[in-house]
Design a protein. Sequence first.
Lengths: 503, 359
Amino acid sequence: MKSRSVALGVACTALLASAAAAHIGSPNVFFEGHAGVHAVRVVIRPPQTFPGIAQADIRISDSDVTRVTVRPALLDAGSEAEPPASEAVRVAGETQLWNASFWLLRRGSYGVDVRLESARGGGAVAVPLRADALARPTMPPALGAALLALTAILVAAAIALAAAAPRDVRRARVAAGVAALACAGALWGGDARWRTMDREFANALARPLPVDAAVRADAAQLLLHLALPASTPASSSWDTLVTDHGKLMHLFLVREPDFDAFAHLHPVRRGAADFEGVLPPIPGGTYQLYAEVTHEDGTAETLVSRVNLPPPLGVPLQGGADPNAAVLCMSPFALAGNAAQPTALDFDDSWHVRSPSAPGGADPARVAALMGGGQMELDTGGELVADRDTSLRARAFDRDGNPLPLEPYMGMLGHAALRRSDGAVFAHLHPAGTVSMAAAELLARRDGTASPFAQPAAGSEREVSFPYAFPQPGDYRLWVQIRTGGRVLTGVFDVRVRDRASS
Amino acid sequence: MLLLLAAIGVPLTLFWDFAWESTIGVDAFFGPPHAANYAAVALAAAAAIGLACRATRDGVEGVALGPVRAPLGAWVTLWGALAFVAALMFDRWWQASYGLTAGIWHPPQMAKALAYFAVVAGAWMVWIARQDEASGPLAAALAAGALLAMVAVVTVPQTFANRQHSAVFFQLGCATYPLVLAAHCAAGRARVPATAAALSYMLLVALVVWVLPLVPGSPQAGPVYNAREHLLPPPFPLLLVVPALAIDGLVRFAPGRTGRGRVLAEALESGAAFFGLFALVQWSFASFLLSSSADDWFFAGGGREWPFFLRVDPLARNAFWHGVSPALDGASATLAALFAIAASWVGLSLGNALAELKR
């Protein structure tokens, strides 16, 4: 039993990194699931520096919960090293929203244990969290000026004091010279130390890893090849990758400059430092690539690249789609092969192409055209505001306006990807939030609690919801993917997120 | 006297802060040890301002900077207090920007250490200049003890008993403590000034070792590798009194020397004696501190007291660590002895120079 727990713990550590998978500029963690009998939504805002204070908002479906505690456990430290739990407090005026703050002493992979007490037995859930420093700091000009002024005063005072203390003039001059040299040496040394530490800090920041991308033709297909550059640090090698949702890599392609073509693919591993996958028949052009991989040591890796794709090699579009349609939402119709057969598309691969001649929608923030004449509707619950918790709800309709039933797509009711117009934010969302469901379920098994996620039943759901808070204001493109009738459909939306200060 | 109390408060509050961070972990800007530490610096600055007001009014003693006159030590303390304000502003931004991810000895931390030393050194200089008063020599020795305690504060990670056979421990100790001991030996007027300073240091640190564990406390953040129920005491004070006695003997009681080589000769003898006795005594005492005989409230030894965040192999708790720093050997011992001689020379020169300055 003990060895099983250890193995699960190791596996949890390994998979936790996918909590932050394929995320750029989006450090907060969103989780939606169950803690015992209670449905919960947990939002964790980790600190940007360590030690630092993290904030957790816990919204509970029921108002009969009497106590909520939060405990962050560093996964590689073992359960015996867990700190005491922090008490959450009910937010004033709310019956279902609780807030807790807790310290994280260092960056790393955590399981944040949220426990609820209620007359119905309460419940517990462990939310995976990857805490990392993300940005290189810059000093505010006013503080810099104040420190500069104080330094000048201190240097002048030290020299003046050294010159005034001796009883004779010669010694006074020597003392003043020594003081000036000492001050200069101290400032030079401090500056050198600062530069060194800043460089080391910047080198250790969590940031996307550039990879080399190339395309080659193989018979009647184009293959996309991804490889680690030779300069990649050993800590980022692909020797220790583990799967998430059964895939070693989740890859997103978006075509520049107007992002009218999108693909969500799952290349397979071809060697120690390369992946390869079949390219679907998407238009040629320059594409931005975002990929997520997970290491067994708990490190999340977001990979980025750009690649020029040639036009498709005349492969007929699968599924009998009309190539003249305004919008193509495609995926392999039948199980074309599994991940061990890289000459075929993966069953879960999907892509979306919007024809240049497609008429613009009346409200691109709310309605998106789907292939076959249907449409997808997005409900954001009102105006989107940066850093404000929201639910992105999507429903799909056929050409006659009938709601389409949703089927599980890689174990979920849907996937979403979003990108800010300048590329500063890219995130991959699930109905369970931004956490990896695999990591959360492993944590649940380690803790002996029930799975926090309800398994979607095929055809019973008509709406998919993604919990999220946009981290920055700006214009975003949002791709929402669902599976219905065995086919993956992608709705594309353009939303504007306002600054919190101006809302 | 207020200045002396404030100066002593600086290392004491810093030891408290170290214990807080090692026991509770959650360390806010205005947490109790931090607030006490700021108060100690502010009190020292206020006392120095008081001395400056009196000197300016009387217009007799001290160093004049423009229209303001103050004892040299008061100026140094005031300089340290202003440097502390700048370092604190810098540190607050640093902690919010880099945290401790980039390392513990970051520039604002170094600036704070410099400021603390200036505050305490200023108090020492004030009392060195007031040794004509009845309590002067004792107060000066206590201030020198506070300076030695400051050295202990900034070197505490290297002075756990498990490291007290390592080369870096002896080199660090030889490069720092003899400087203060020799300076006080040269400038102090007690019969055995260096010994008095060393005893003051040992008493101050021992008080911390004895009092802090009486305060309950437990970690509030993780990971918690070592459960704690009370504040962590620092390592038991180093037995500096033995080499300090030798310094006093060689400088104060040796046959009188004159001429330009006097200070160098004293430094050679004092430094060599410091290294030899320090190594001999502390090497043996460290073995005792790691033994079960030292596992009590008085010595806080026995490999039992650890910061909660330090992952220590159970087998390493009572062992000497040489993984990071190798054990003292011939080459490193020679270097340590040279450090001691150099530090003694600087200390003796500074102590002698104090008499030549306006005070």
